[in-house]
Ligand binder design. Structure first.
Ligand code: SF4
Ligand code: SF3
Length: 546
C-alpha cells in the first residue's frame, strides 16, 4: 500500500484510497500531508507545555490552523507548498523544543523529537506518520474523527482570522486535540475530546458568523442571476469572502464582470457585496462540475479554497489559486502583507484578453436565509407551523459530490410533501436549489442560509424555534436532519450538531469509512445517527418524526 487516506466520503470502495485518491491526490502528496500532520502533532506536544505555562503561542497556532486547512480534501495538491509547510513547521517545532523539551514529563513521542537533517526527503517519514501506524481500529477511528473534525474547525478559524477575528480557546483546542493523538488515552477521554470538537466547531462557526456579518452585513433575501452578461469575466470559487472583496475592488470600472461559483454563491446574500455592480451573478453549480463549467466560462478562475479538482487542458492556463489552495503548475496569488491587499493584477490582465463566458443556463437562485433573516420572519414561521401550513422542516445541509447516489437528495427535495420547508447550507444545495419547489404563504420551500459554515445559522434557527414554541428539547421540534457530507468541514458541522443535542440525523450518501463498527455503534446508540435509506421510506419516517 503506497498511501492511505479515508478522510472523505468518496474514498475508494468506502474503505480507503490506497493507490491514488479518487479526488486525484497522488500518493506522494498524500504522504506529505501525513507528514505535515505529524509535524503539527510534534508542535502541539510542546505547544501544550507552552500553554500550561501561559506562554504565547499565536504564531504556532495560526500555522497549525493553516496547515490543517491545506490538508482538507481538494484544497492543496501542490507538493512544493506542502513541503514548504513541513519546513516551516519543523522550524517552529525546533524553536519550541529548545524551550520546552525539558518540561515534558516522560518520553518524547517521535513526532516531537523527529528532526531531519537538511536535504532529507520528508516523504521518508510517511510510513511512521500514517494513521495506519497508530493503535487499534477503534483508537484509529476516534483519532481520525477528531482529526477530521479539527480540520474543518481550522478552515473556519482561518476564514475568521482573515477578517481579524480570532479566539484563543479555538486555537488552543487544535493544540490539545493534536497532542492527544500522541497519547494512549482511554476511550471515554477520546470520546470526550470528540464532543469538545463539537463544541469548538459551534464556537468557531459562531465566530466566523460574527466575522462575516460584521464585515459584510447580515445576509438578506437575495435573488442571484445564473445567466451571463457580455463582458469578459472572472470566476471566483471557494469560500474566502475577503479575496472576493479585494478582487471586486481591483476590477471596478475595468469592463470585467465577476461571477461566483460553487460555495462563493452566498457572497451575494451579504449587503456589502450588493454595491458592486460588476458582481454579475453565479455561474454553474457545485465544485465537481468545474471540469465543464470552467471550460465554458472562457475567463480566468480564482480558487480561494477547496474544492479544486484535477485540471483539464481547456482551462489549465487560466486558473489561479490563492490562500491555502494549491495545485502543481498553477499560478498562486501570494498572501496579502499586513495592512495591504492581495495583488490580482495578473488575473485582471488575463481577463481582458478572454472572451465573455458562454451562457449555460438562465434563471435565478434565491437565498440569504441566515438566522437574522429567518428570525425576522419568525412570527410568520411560527404561525405557519401552528396553523399546520408548515408540517415539518428538513435540514439538508452539507456538501455535494460526484457519486450517483446523491440524486437521493434531489429526489427527497422533489418528493417531500408540499407543506415541508427545506433548510440548507453548503454546496449540498445545488442538488435542488434550481428546482421550482414553490413557497408556503410567501415562505420559500428552500431556505438557503449560505456556505457550509452557515449551518450554524440553521442550528440557531432551530434553537430559537424551540424557544418560540416553549419546548424543553430541540428534538421535539418538527425538524428532521438529512445531511449530505463529503469533506472534513462537514465532519465539523456534524460534530457541532451532535454537541447541540440534535438526534436522529440521517447521513449520506454513505457513513464515513473512518468509523469503526464500535465507534459507529456509539454514535447510533447515543445520537441515533443513521445512514440514508430509500427516498420514500426516509420521507415517510421523517414526516413521522423518526
Ligand atoms: Fe481518497 Fe478522499 Fe483522501 Fe482524496 S481526500 S485521497 S478521495 S479519501
Ligand atoms: Fe462544498 Fe467542497 Fe463541502 Fe463548503 S465546496 S461544502 S464540498
Amino acid at each position: 500500500m503506497s498511501m492511505f487516506c479515508f478522510q472523505c466520503q468518496e474514498t475508494a470502495k468506502n474503505t480507503g484510497c490506497t493507490v491514488r485518491g479518487v479526488c486525484g491526490k497522488p500518493e506522494g502528496t498524500a504522504g506529505l500531508q501525513d507528514v505535515l500532520i505529524y509535524v503539527l502533532k510534534g508542535i502541539s506536544v510542546y505547544g501544550e507545555q507552552a500553554l500550561k505555562k501561559g506562554d504565547p503561542l499565536i504564531e504556532e497556532e495560526r500555522f497549525i490552523a493553516e496547515s490543517l486547512f491545506a490538508t482538507i480534501t481538494n484544497a492543496n495538491f501542490d507538493d512544493d507548498a506542502i513541503k514548504g509547510l513541513i519546513g516551516k513547521g519543523l522550524d517552529l517545532k525546533r524553536r519550541l523544543a529548545v524551550k520546552y523539551a525539558s518540561s515534558f514529563g516522560g518520553a518524547l513521542p517521535d513526532c516531537a523529537s523527529w528532526d531531519p537533517k537538511p536535504g532529507v526527503d520528508p516523504l521518508s517519514k510517511s510510513v511512521d506518520a500514517s494513521i495506519l501506524s497508530t493503535g487499534g481500529e477503534d483508537q484509529r477511528s476516534l483519532r481520525s474523527l477528531l482529526l477530521f473534525g479539527i480540520k474543518g474547525i481550522a478552515a473556519y478559524a482561518h476564514h475568521a482570522s482573515v477578517l481579524g477575528h480570532e479566539e484563543p480557546a479555538i486555537y488552543e483546542f487544535l493544540v490539545e486535540a493534536l497532542a492527544s493523538m500522541t497519547k494512549e488515552l482511554p476511550v471515554d477521554e477520546m470520546v470526550a475530546l470528540v464532543m469538545k470538537a463539537g463544541k469548538t466547531a459551534v464556537d468557531t462557526m459562531a465566530l466566523l458568523d460574527k466575522a462575516n456579518t460584521s464585515a459584510y452585513g447580515k445576509p438578506r433575501i437575495t435573488t442571484v442571476d445564473t445567466g451571463v452578461r457580455g463582458n469578459p469575466g472572472i470566476l471566483v470559487s471557494g469560500h474566502d469572502l475577503k479575496d472576493l472583496e479585494e478582487l471586486l475592488d481591483q476590477t471596478e470600472g475595468k469592463g470585467i464582470d465577476v461571477y461566483t461559483h460553487g460555495e462563493m454563491l452566498p457572497a451575494h446574500y451579504y449587503p456589502f457585496f450588493g454595491k458592486y455592480k460588476h458582481l454579475a451573478g453565479n455561474y454553474g453549480g457545485s465544485w465537481w462540475k468545474q471540469g465543464e463549467e470552467f471550460a465554458s466560462f472562457n475567463g480566468p478562475i480564482l480558487m480561494t479554497t477547496n474544492c479544486i479538482i484535477p485540471l483539464k487542458d481547456a482551462y489549465r492556463d487560466r486558473i489561479f489559486t490563492t490562500g491555502m489552495a494549491g495545485y502543481p503548475g498553477v499560478k498562486h496569488i501570494p498572501d496579502r502583507k499586513k495592512g495591504s491587499h492581495k495583488d490580482f493584477s495578473a488575473i485582471i490582465e488575463l481577463a481582458k484578453k478572454c472572451s465573455p463566458p458562454v451562457e449555460i443556463e438562465k434563471g435565478k437562485i434565491t437565498g440569504g436565509f441566515a438566522h437574522d433573516q429567518v428570525l425576522a420572519l419568525a412570527d410568520k414561521v411560527v404561525d405557519a407551523v401552528k396553523s399546520g401550513a408548515i408540517k415539518r422542516f428538513v435540514v439538508m445541509a452539507g456538501c455535494d459530490g460526484r457519486q450517483k447516489g446523491r440524486s437521493y437528495f434531489t429526489e427527497v427535495a422533489e418528493e417531500l410533501p408540499k407543506d415541508t420547508v427545506i433548510l440548507t447550507a453548503g454546496c449540498a444545495k445545488y442538488r435542488y436549489n434550481k428546482l421550482e419547489l414553490g413557497d408556503i404563504g410567501g415562505i420559500p420551500r428552500v431556505l438557503d442560509a449560505g456556505q457550509c459554515n452557515d449551518s450554524y445559522s440553521l442550528a440557531v434557527i432551530a434553537l430559537k424555534l424551540k424557544e418560540a414554541f416553549g419546548l424543553d428539547d430541540v428534538n421535539k421540534l418538527p425538524i428532521s436532519f438529512d445531511i449530505a457530507w463529503y469533506e472534513q468541514k462537514a465532519v465539523a458541522v456534524l460534530l457541532a450538531l451532535l454537541y447541540l443535542g440534535f438526534k436522529g440525523i440521517r447521513l449520506g450518501p454513505t457513513l464515513p469509512a473512518f468509523l469503526s463498527p464500535a465507534v459507529a455503534r456509539v454514535l447510533v446508540e447515543n445520537f441515533d445517527i443513521k445512514p440514508i435509506g430509500d427516498v420514500a421510506g426516509d420521507i415517510a419516517a421523517m414526516m413521522e418524526g423518526r
